[in-house]
Design a protein around this ligand. Structure first.
Ligand code: NAD
Length: 443
């Protein structure tokens, strides 16, 4: 703890990843300064408010602001003076139709920080970047920093899951660091000493391997989801039940049951953009065929959205025009208010464009959804959202929806029809309450 108290760390970019990282490092005993170019976000964080929903984070933020270990700023000279170790956590969104990652934020973080580095400094990237980015940034850092080669860059990709961000940061399942510099390795090992002492694997690789670990992990996860969703497509026409199929597969421990839940597919700020950026990078490197399967992974994922809409359309008699539709869920997954590339909102918005009156309810993501999709209607409770519905679609598997009472919902809807886009409900129970129940991958 004495060591921890001495180390001063900056976290550049305080979105989902950076704000969680900053609060967790302060909780571990470090002096931490978070920096963002978004002044409104920094004002919120300074006043103890988390700008997004992440279980457990608000308590860590308030507690560590109170202890004085956690600070926030928008000023690069201030972080440069404050810390000897800087973690880059800025966004790397999809650039355009090409799918390539937009590196303007990582570039600008380095460009803004480097000119203020007047003493030996370690900079460690944590954002998800295309392989080859870190080497370019390392050269850029040296060229722009007054200390030259004494400003060293390593890359340590982050694997946290939104909704479990605090737990995953304090107890990651592995720490990966790309560097060939003993000084960078020493600083990052010291940062995670508590975790290393607990037996968490600490792997040191070259820069390229570290960058690839992250994108290949996400490619694998996306592939696993699309694999079971492809089996759902086949099950639908072959008369099989994909839930039973997935369960039977899961007992083979070479396959395992995680990420094997058939349904509406993946979304969010990571998997879709990461697999597209990975393909775009493979193209640039001339190894496009190696990742061509990811195009199919993406296509299967998109087809699940279309299939969900088709099932709902069949249920209401073939035409959405003038219908009342309820969508349960707006976040891309439960326990998060992140709506980036949300399958639920994509489906809701397409159905609205087909002439239906669509009302959405989500326990945490309503505010963001309202802002991004003003064409939709919103309700503050599940029952309000379901009033007079011709069909209800469950599209994000929040516990509140999993535990929904079919009798209560039946009392407010116009027609007892439900599309379970996440295979989150018990069909026997819902059918016994008089509902017409449809799900993906099942009869
Ligand atoms: P985010 O959009 O929530 O946050 C990014 C933040 O960076 C924003 O607050 C933005 O204002 C800030 N920013 C942009 N340019 C800046 C600059 N020059 N200087 C300082 N701040 C700047 O994104 P996120 O979800 O936190 O993701 C950040 C990175 O981490 C991405 O590369 C993402 O792929 C990766 N990642 C995210 C997660 C996750 O669960 N969200 C998990 C692992 C890795």
């Amino acid at each position: 703890m004495v060591e921890a108290e001495r180390m001063r760390v900056s976290v550049i970019g305080t979105g989902y990843l950076g704000a969680t990282t900053a609060a967790c490092l302060a909780e571990m005993g470090y002096e931490v300064m978070g920096l963002d170019v978004d002044e409104a976000k920094i004002d919120l964080l300074r006043s103890g408010k988390v700008p997004f929903y992440e279980p457990g984070l608000a308590d860590l933020l308030t507690e560590n602001l109170r202890t004085g270990r956690l600070h926030f700023t928008t000023d690069f000279p201030e972080v440069a003076a404050f810390a000897d170790l800087h973690l880059i956590c800025v966004g790397t969104p999809q650039r355009d139709e090409s799918g390539a990652a937009d590196l303007k934020y990582v570039n600008s973080a380095i460009d803004n920080l480097a000119p203020h580095l007047t003493r030996p400094t370690v900079v460690v990237g944590r954002s998800t970047v295309p392989v080859g980015t870190a080497a370019t940034l390392a050269a850029r850092l040296c060229a722009l920093a007054p200390v030259g080669e004494e400003a060293e860059l390593g890359w340590s990709p982050e694997f946290l899951r939104e909704g479990f961000g605090v737990e995953d940061t304090l107890r990651p399942n592995r720490i990966v660091l790309g560097t060939d510099s003993p000084r960078v390795e020493k600083a990052v090992r010291a940062l995670w000493q508590q975790q290393v002492d607990e037996g968490i694997p600490f792997l040191v690789t070259d820069l390229q391997t570290a960058e690839l670990v992250k994108v290949s992990a996400n490619a694998f996860l996306a592939t696993k989801i699309s694999f079971i969703n492809a089996m759902a497509e086949v099950s639908e026409v072959a008369g099989a039940d994909v839930i039973q199929l997935a369960e039977a597969l899961s007992y083979d421990d070479r396959i395992g049951g995680k990420f094997l839940g058939p349904g509406l597919g993946f979304g969010g700020g990571c998997l879709p953009k990461d697999i597209r950026a990975f393909m775009a990078r493979a193209d640039e490197l001339g190894v496009e065929p190696a990742l061509s399967f990811l195009r199919e992974v993406d296509a299967i994922n998109q087809r699940r959205r279309a299939r969900t809409i088709d099932i709902a359309r069949q249920l209401i008699g073939g035409n959405f025009a003038g219908c009342t539709v309820t969508v349960l869920g707006a976040a891309f997954k439960p326990n998060s208010d992140d709506i980036r590339d949300s399958p639920a909102l994509d489906v809701a918005s397409t159905i609205a464009s087909l002439g239906a009156h669509v009302t959405v309810y989500d326990p945490q993501a309503l505010e963001r959804a309202r802002e991004a999709h003003p064409e939709l209607n919103y309700a503050d409770s599940m029952l309000d959202a379901a009033r007079d519905a011709d069909v209800v679609l469950l599209l994000t598997e929040w516990a509140e929806f999993r535990e929904a009472n079919p009798e209560e919902l039946a009392a407010v809807v116009a027609q007892k029809r439900i599309v379970d886009g996440r295979n989150a409900l018990d069909p026997i129970y819902w059918r016994a309450s008089g509902w017409t129940y449809r799900a993906l991958g099942r009869q």
